[in-house]
Ligand binder design. Structure first.
Ligand SMILES: [Ca+2]
Length: 711
């Protein structure tokens, strides 16, 4: 099992590693080296190779992989300690699993580096820490390495194992494994499809309330397990167990990086307590108490699934995971940042992409947009529809106008808006009340201009303008942010919204294809005369008066919105890495910006930076692809950066993530283990609110010709 890791930044592994490395294209290798060099310019120096001098570091010598050791490893290693000088190294204290250990047979390698022998590594996870001296309370360097564990109960024998409710930290009816299946190690596969032999355990967590639904979950455990684990979030409104070979955070996980399961981590996830997109599980005659199933979807299922998966690992290997991560995108991103504050003690590292911030309002944003465009004066509706179809379709005009205003803000007129924040600021109607005024029709309305009514609609709430509330939502928030112009002005419908009881209105955006079920069931249930929310409720009427929905909106906001106080997770030593697709018409990037702004306001930038990294990917759609619109417009941009290995390095080695990881567009040629990865386009992935500004010369497809710049 040859493994190769370069200070956690270009890590590759598995038996085919060296073969794969040789087959990676020269640009890929150069890019990898460039990533390391970029990172080294901003990293604390314990990420530097030994001999650089100046800072502390520890690593194992003569092993194939710093992070994993074979099951039969005898527990004695040669360790290299680096530091500011020999005096400092001699004063330093080494601890193994919390206890001071000696390291003998020392050999001085340079003025800044010494090796020695350390014994006592235990089967499973080992925490090796270096302290500057006996009085120090915080380690100056750290390494987690695992002597891989083998199961005490084999895979097949895990079937029909049951788990008592006492093994799960929230009330349930206990859990049971229904299926246990062994998957053999893959052969001749490319990196993202390379996995060791592993056991998949399919299970169910029973509800307390017999009228509620069970939580279905799965756990995948490599037969040789590193005693660490990843929980994966779902997508949409959940309803299915996520795939366990990789998290859906694709913008943070390039195709040329090994997946957690390949790195010997256990992975697990659940369906959140309902199956499919059906929505009757939301109904609850006892409102405002949420049904057990609905509360599972909001947050409880995340904890129950975590605890059940831990119980499974303990049963099978005699050990709980020593390190636990959560990764999710979209709904899974909301879930990732939900466990961060609701269950901070359960997680060491969290990755969230396109997280659905202020999710309560996001759910019904399309219906609110629809309601505000209805023109039915007799019923008290005085809105103006902005056509997204037909001969007056404004989609192309609006997008071209946004490009004309924002493309050049990044110093490169190329049809790509890198300066997402600068562009959003230009189109914010709060400081710019005349926004879109350029497009006012001089004569008869055409698809190339806007009427004053259409301009008013687009400047208003649920499009460019914030949605005001007369009552507080979670965290005492009184508004939901407007949308950025590129994604917000694309949220047009092809037919005019109209009132019609007994129909449904999907609109555009998140609620258009997913949230409608939740909106219909949750807001229509219990309305006078409504016995079947799916056929008898017009959601445009429901959202015509937000004040009338105060109780339901407040309960929903309290249940699903991500809290802005992240101090507990920070205090417990957790680390979080986030990424937003900046032109995403599903998740509302500006809502994500607001959440991070609020979190930073509460704790201060320095405190935030000590445990959180937030990157933004310009001109990208939901999930990380290039931005596109329904009229055929699309862009090709680099959309994936390796943030998985920086996450692991931060949690397990205390290596601060790079300020500018390289974002790539990768094409492949060849197949199987002969796959060649070509980086054909790259950018620095910048930390919010910075964006990659073109330097003014050089290949626009190369990251080196951009500089992360404030908007
Ligand atoms: Ca540009």
């Amino acid at each position: 099992m040859a493994k190769f890791r370069l200070y956690g930044l270009c890590r590759s592994s598995k038996s085919s590693m060296f073969r794969s490395l040789l087959n990676i294209s020269l640009p890929a290798i150069l890019a990898c080296v460039a990533t390391v060099l970029l990172a080294l310019t901003s990293l604390p120096a314990f990420a530097k190779p030994p001999g650089f001098g100046g800072d502390y570091g520890i690593e194992l010598v003569g092993v194939e992989d710093q992070y994993t050791l074979p099951p039969d490893f005898d527990g004695t290693v040669t360790i290299r300690v680096t530091g500011p000088g020999m005096g400092a190294i001699n004063s330093a204290v080494l601890k193994l699993n919390g206890k001071r250990v000696e390291w003998g047979h020392r050999i001085r390698e340079s003025a800044y580096s010494m090796t020695g022998i350390m014994s006592g590594l235990q089967p499973g996870d080992n925490l090796i820490q270096l302290y500057a001296d006996v009085k120090a309370t915080e380690p100056v360097a750290q390494l987690r390495t695992s002597i891989l564990l083998t199961p005490t109960i084999d895979c097949a024998s895990m079937a029909n194992q049951t788990f008592d409710p006492s093994e799960i930290g929230l009330p349930t009816g206990g859990a049971k494994i229904t299926l246990a299946a062994l998957t053999q190690a893959t052969t001749n596969q490319n990196i993202q499809n390379t996995f060791p032999q592993y056991c998949t355990l399919t299970g169910v967590i029973y509800p307390v309330d017999p009228s509620s639904l069970p939580i279905n979950f799965k756990v995948a455990i490599p037969t040789e397990w590193n005693q660490k684990s990843w929980q994966f979030g779902g997508g949409g409104t959940d309803g299915s167990v996520p795939g366990l070979t990789a998290p859906s955070t694709t913008a943070m996980l390039p195709s040329n990086v090994y997946r957690p399961l390949a790195l010997q981590y256990a992975t697990y996830g659940g369906d959140s307590g309902h199956s499919g997109f059906g929505s009757t599980w939301i109904d609850n005659p006892n409102f405002p108490t949420l049904s057990e199933s609905f509360q599972n979807f909001c947050y409880d299922a995340l904890k129950k699934t975590h605890d059940a998966a831990v119980a499974v690992m303990k049963r099978m290997y005699g050990r709980a995971p020593a390190v636990n991560y959560f990764a999710g995108q979209s709904q899974g991103g909301r879930e990732a940042l939900t466990v961060l504050w609701r269950y901070p003690q359960d997680y060491d590292g969290i990755m969230a992409q396109d997280f659905l911030a202020y999710f309560a309002n996001l759910n019904f944003n399309p219906q609110l947009q629809g309601s505000l465009q209805v023109n039915d004066p007799a019923s008290g509706y005085f809105g103006t529809w902005v056509p997204g179809g037909g001969t007056l379709n404004k989609t192309t005009t609006l997008r071209n106008y946004v490009l004309s205003q924002c493309d050049g803000l990044d110093n490169l007129p190329d049809g790509i808006i890198q300066n997402y924040k600068g562009c959003a600021n230009l189109f914010d109607p709060s400081p710019n009340p005349n926004v879109l005024g350029d497009l006012l029709c001089a004569g008869a309305e055409t698809s190339s201009c806007l009427t004053q009514g259409e301009i008013n609609t687009l400047r208003g709430p649920a499009f460019l303008g914030a949605v005001p509330y007369s009552y507080p939502l979670r965290d005492n928030e009184f508004s939901y942010p407007g949308w950025g112009p590129l994604e917000g002005l694309s949220l047009l419908t092809s037919t005019a919204p109209a009132l019609a009881t007994g129909t449904t209105y999907t609109g555009a955006g998140f609620g258009g294809f997913l949230g409608i079920a939740l909106v219909r069931e949750y807001f229509c249930y219990g309305l006078p005369g409504v016995t079947n929310p799916q056929t008898q409720c017009n959601v445009l009427e429901v959202f015509h008066n937000l004040n009338a929905q105060q109780q339901k909106i407040q309960v929903l906001s309290d249940a699903v919105d991500i809290d802005e106080d992240w101090s507990q997770f920070k205090a417990l030593g957790g680390k979080v890495i986030m990424d937003t697709s900046a032109a995403d018409p599903i998740s509302n990037p500006l809502a994500q910006f607001k959440l991070i702004d609020r979190v930073v306001e509460k704790m201060g930038q320095t405190a935030f930076d000590s445990f959180a990294r937030y990157y933004v990917s310009p001109m990208t759609w939901h999930g990380g692809g290039g931005y596109f619109t329904t009229d055929g417009f699309s862009v090709t941009v680099p959309t994936t950066a390796d943030l998985l290995n920086p996450m692991i390095a931060w949690v397990e080695r205390l290596v601060t993530p790079p300020d500018t990881p390289m974002q790539m567009r990768i094409t492949t040629s060849g197949s199987g283990s002969d796959t060649v990865y070509n980086i054909v386009q790259s950018r620095p992935l910048c930390r919010y609110p910075m964006y990659p500004r073109y330097n003014g010369s050089g290949d626009a497809n190369q990251a080196s010709n951009y500089t992360c710049t404030m908007p």
